[in-house]
Design a protein around this ligand. Structure first.
Ligand code: SF4
Length: 348
């Protein structure tokens, strides 16, 4: 990407308006150009047919419209789930998963190239963080998948590669662009943001009252055991994390979802279930149990019977629990696996 040119797709409408005013253009031009970018989704300034040649020239001198390209597409023969490996403008690769539900088409987007959180059960963090993604790179996953599938995305989860709250400002900008009524106009009520538990950022997010669903990867309610699988637990204790979640619920009025990857023999005992019940009792929350995907090199495996036993134990304590349906298991849809395999055999 040309360093001197600004990424025009990462600008909000007020920011674009400010830039155009500085170039001596009238304010209404910003709305017109924003529509070309975010509604008609053109890939070059030349396609903006109602903009003068002079202004188009000026735009191409000052800005760039970034693109991402699908270098691989896997389609599940079981349920139609599609997994894309996208090459970003600098050649780095990330993954995006398109899922078909009865009520809506949903997208799981990535927010970073790699991840520095190092959760032991996750392929995305195996080689650490390469870099943060820009707002436009997050948004282009939505635009590209809609273009490739011809289907409109009705809900979105930020559960792909990366920790979105570790890329806080760009994530918030992405959500602003995504929900802008002059663009994609997706209500943030249909967005779920997943975090491994960055307590300070959860509190910052609560301040913004965006209306999205916060999804917290807990995976163990015991501090010492959580530290064994999630290094972030050495920074923030389970008590600190739960306190931030309670605060989030109080300030936003939104229920928090707790994710719990059930790993055979690691965090699925009745003692683990009791500890989890004790930590979450009385909190306006939902628990999503995830039968863990096996990732090469971790030695972790799933045990469907123990997942069911775990669910029943929590339900006896009147907690609301579901088991996440596994989609796209025949195309290796777990986060980070496609990128990891591709990078190993063909560094992008
Ligand atoms: S689970 Fe999320 S936070 Fe943890 S390493 Fe993977 S991508 Fe990062």
């Amino acid at each position: 990407m040309n360093e001197k040119k600004l990424d025009i797709l990462s600008l909000t409408l007020p920011e674009l308006s400010e830039k155009l005013t500085a170039l001596g253009e009238k304010k209404f031009r910003a709305q017109q150009i924003y529509g070309w970018l975010h509604v008609k989704r053109v890939q070059s300034f030349d396609e903006m047919s109602d903009i003068s040649k002079n202004l188009r020239q000026k735009l191409s001198e000052c800005f760039i419209i970034p693109k991402i390209n699908a270098v691989k597409e896997l389609i599940s023969s079981q349920d139609g789930t599609r997994k894309y490996l996208f090459a970003l403008p600098d050649g780095e690769c990330i993954e995006t998963v398109f899922m078909e539900y009865r009520h809506a088409h949903s997208l799981c987007v990535s927010s970073q190239v790699g991840c520095r959180m190092g959760c032991t059960f996750c392929a995305s963090g195996k080689n650490g963080l390469v870099r943060n993604m820009t707002p436009s790179e997050m948004l282009l996953q939505v635009y590209e998948v809609e273009r490739l599938t011809g289907k409109s995305i009705g809900s979105l989860v930020m559960m792909g590669i990366g920790e979105p709250l570790d890329n806080f400002d760009n994530t918030i900008k992405f959500l602003t662009l995504l929900s802008d009524e002059n663009g994609k106009n997706l209500s943030l009520r249909h967005v779920s943001l997943s975090t491994c538990g960055l307590v300070s950022e959860i509190r910052k997010l609560a301040d913004l009252r965006l209306g999205l669903t916060l999804s917290v990867s807990l995976h163990n309610a015991d501090n010492a055991k959580r530290q064994e699988i999630m290094p972030i637990a050495k920074v923030y204790s389970v008590d600190d994390l739960i306190a931030a979640c309670k605060d989030y619920i109080d300030r936003t009025g939104r229920r928090v979802s707790f994710e719990y990857a059930v790993i055979d023999g690691i965090n699925d005992s009745s003692e683990d279930a009791n500890k989890l019940s004790g930590a979450l009792r009385g909190i306006n929350c939902h628990i999503n149990l995830i039968p863990v995907n096996s990732v090469d090199g971790t030695g972790y495996s799933k045990n469907n019977k123990s997942v069911l036993r775990f669910k029943e134990a929590l339900e006896r304590d009147r907690l609301q629990v579901t088991i996440r349906r596994t989609l796209g298991s025949d195309i290796n849809a777990a986060c980070g696996q496609l990128r990891m395999n591709h990078t190993q055999s063909n560094p992008c």
